[in-house]
Write a protein that binds this ligand. Sequence first.
Ligand SMILES: *[C@@H]1O[C@H](CO)[C@@H](O)[C@H](O)[C@H]1NC(C)=O
Ligand SMILES: *[C@@H]1O[C@H](CO)[C@@H](O)[C@H](O)[C@H]1NC(C)=O
Ligand SMILES: *[C@@H]1O[C@H](CO)[C@@H](O)[C@H](O)[C@H]1NC(C)=O
Length: 260
Amino acid sequence: MGGWLLLLVAGSLWASLGEGGSPTCGYPPQLWCSSSEIARACQAEKHCAKWIPSSPQANSVSVSLYYESLCPACRQFLVMTLFPTWLMLNNIMNVTLVPYGNAKESKEAAKWHFECQHGEDECLGNMIETCLTHLHPRVAFVLIFCMESSIDVIHNLPLCLKLYAPEISLANITACVNGDLGNKLMHENAKLTRALQPSHEYVPWILINGVHTDKLQTQAEESLFELVCKLYKGDLPPACRQPKELSLLPLPPNYTFLRK
Ligand SMILES: *[C@@H]1O[C@H](CO)[C@@H](O)[C@H](O)[C@H]1NC(C)=O
Ligand SMILES: *[C@@H]1O[C@H](CO)[C@@H](O)[C@H](O)[C@H]1NC(C)=O
Ligand SMILES: *[C@@H]1O[C@H](CO)[C@@H](O)[C@H](O)[C@H]1NC(C)=O
């Protein structure tokens, strides 16, 4: 799936530069969006902005997802709804990911110990995604999307880095995951999750502008795109004004992970 999206992005870049455009930037097209510097050098900033977004505007609609890295319904929402919506609306939408969900924590000496609903692999996935968000906020979401859309969530990190952010050091992420920093960050996720009002009853647990209700959860799951456009108070971006002309990314109908 990650590779598939990449092909789509690379394909549209080729299409736009194909006539008369002579990309002399020295990078193959699949790397043009891997950092803002490369995007600039390859004159692909406009296209890459779709998924290496600028900061959302101050009045953007905030969408917070409390989830677990291996929960099937969480993966479905993140991969098929949240990420595609954000690709189109990231300038009016602020996404916060809090991987923890139904995990439990206990203090062991100076460190926190975590137990996750879907086992140790899930704790590792939560930790990787937390470290990515902390260390590389600008590209974290596309990397998390890449992981979550893979058959093997946790072992696909190196491939996802290679595809989307080759400048990032895997060793630095591993150091965070195994070290005090990751431990501290995950404890923060635990505190955020426990502080939810009302407290979460299931995952994925969605907050819109900081609020969770059954109705908002259902609307977000059924059509996040329309909900964000509806709630945004500023000038509507073209994507919201012409919803019929712009369809969601043509995601393949059935994901391998959904069939498990
Ligand atoms: C996005 O959401 C985070 C967490 O809720 C918040 O700290 C940040 O200020 C928000 N940014 C914008 C631009 O709204
Ligand atoms: C890895 O972390 C070190 C120490 O924080 C930092 O100096 C270095 O730039 C990082 N490397 C990459 C590729 O991000
Ligand atoms: C998707 O998977 C379900 C269950 O495996 C199956 O019934 C359905 O026909 C599939 N849909 C498509 C479009 O392949």
